[in-house]
Design a protein around this ligand. Sequence first.
Ligand code: PEP
Ligand code: MG
Length: 756
Amino acid sequence: MAVLWLDEIGADDLESVGGKAASLGELTAAGLPVPPGFVVTAGTYRRFIEETGIDEELFEAVDVDAEDSEALAEAEARAQEIILETEMPEDLREEVLASYEEIGDDEAFVAVRSSATAEDLPDASFAGQQETFLNVTGEDLLARVKRCWASLFTQRATYYRQEQGFAHDTVDIAVVVQQMVEAEKSGVMFTSHPSTGERKVIIEAAWGLGEGVVSGSVTPDNYVIDRGTAAVTDVEVADKKTMYIKDPETGETDERAVPEEKRNEQVVDETEIERLVELGERVEDHYDTPQDVEWAIFEGEVYMLQSRPITTISEDGEGAATADGSGGAVQHAEKDVLLSGLGASPGVASGAVRIVDKLDQLDKVGEGDIIVTEMTTPDMVPAMKRAAGIVTSEGGMTSHAAIVARELGAPAVVGTGGATDTLEDDQVVTLDGDKGTIREGRQAQDETEPVEEVRPQAPVKPMTATEVKVNVSIPEAAERAAATGADGVGLLRIEHMILSTSKTPERYIEDHGERAYVQEIVDGVRGVADEFYPRPVRVRTLDAPTDEFRQLEGGDDEPEEHNPMLGYRGIRRSLDRPEVFKHELEAFRQLFEMGYDNVEIMFPLVNDAEDVLQARSLMAEVGIDPEKRSWGVMVETPAAALGIEEMAEAGIDFASFGTNDLTQYTLAVDRNNGTVADQFDELHPAVLDLIGQTIETCRDHDVSTSICGQAGSRPQMVNHLVNKGATSISANIDAVRDVQHEVKRVEQKLLLDSVR
Ligand code: PEP
Ligand code: MG
């Protein structure tokens, strides 16, 4: 049997049909209305390669050096060619086509999707890319099935298997073929309230195919149903301007304007709501956990297209409130505040103080200690990871210590003024990263004021039109960052990847060679790009001030600067040292070649179109096609904000507000100077005005806008950006969920205002 029908399979068939098909099979078996379909099993793929005799040639073609990106690209192309150009054995071909005709007729539209059988392996990319082809019809189906098979040999999949020493012939792939539902209405349904977990069903509904609702490009109607009383308690009818439908001629999905009379019409009626709620409850009962369901209605029938559990993001992870290393045996404590500063990373931590003033003292920081230092540097990250908490004398909310601590989930207090003088080695203290205090002794959480650490987090990601992304500065935080459900990475800083080698880029290249330098960057970015794939990851080229470089090997060659923040950093340093900069760009080129098409390039501290044009031509020089890749700039100086039109004309795809710098340069407040920290106001009208104007200009020029400075995590800034129409917002890991909800709230308010 080349195929199995969805109504014949279940969880036990995982190995032969893959995860996606097995779950559709389960829903079908539970009597839920899943569109009919079948699975071309993993065994069929195997028969195909064995009976046609291509197996040896295929596995030989992909047996290449994983570090050689050219060889990987060639392997992908060759594997595709072998699979696509080999005819399926006649009996397989006939069985697949006969099954297809059973779905409807020989012109039925079907969706074709790969269903990985190795999803439980450590890295899903191991099992190939997840291919989906919609509106497939006729014999084209056979080519699409083969495309799904070939997805086992993308560069990423091959890379992983080679790297980890897994034989290519041990992995199989199944393919689901399912009738397309030509939805007249569609949407999503949460079987329990997504923000509060209450027993309420939430339905979002729009006209046409589901793409609009799922991608967030259409604002749907919103219905709330009390599961206890079955009453519809809230209905918000949206002004639905666009809808997606299938073009009857080409079969392609088309975006159309919603007919005037339907724009403000309620999408689902009472009977349909009742049916959706009934089905939602059955799905939840079946899986015994709240579900997030995609549904569609065609000719009065409701179909379930997909169901996933609603996941609760746990925020009580490593280094949080109980990271005191005491194993819970908390002693009584003196409550007097010894020192205070800015609460830069939330949570409470107790431990022994380790004062660190030179790199060679990092070893003295053990698990559960409290690092106390003037200001952290990238070299300190390994020690910061071991520490239960971090205290610095200098720095503000945008300092290295604050950014890294938040990503590590370690409580931190920064800018205390004199922590290194006031505290002593071995002294046991408790720091509160919410209040910004350091107290004597080891203190239990419940002995302090109520701690906000156990913040109720909404269980699921709300659907928003404005994308909500996350900032990442240390690659090790990628997993935590991805678990937030963010729509991508709005800023990946590469400074840590380079500075953690303890050498300046120039010294590193001198000692280890150019290839090794490029590889450091490729490796660092790849970890994050993988974790998020296919969500976009915006990687910023190097932007470290010379005072950070000076502390490294090779730092003596750095220029001595009176104010490094206004000095030789960002794109100005890169353009002044094109040979070094080109190695960074070469790393991007290699990543693109390896198939990381989710990577985007962002240039820091640009001032004008001249900077942009120079960077663009260096990109082209190393072999990156600026027309094909997504690249853009950070808007961090008033000059950049005021000159955005010329930069748009120079070809940027996006502009991202670096409000840490934009604030310091607009207000002339050094972001690292504690004396003027109270003047550092990211919400100053001048800063907001520059941002507002820039968004408007960008919208006129089809350039997307975002924020990746610390202020993107503040509700007032979120409000300003959504109102001005920013495309996305990138927040700290710990703030993503709150920002998603704030965005949703502001979007809904905008919507209501527009219909009033
Ligand atoms: C910024 O300036 O807002 C920014 C995100 O960049 P950095 O903090 O790395 O200077
Ligand atoms: Mg900056």
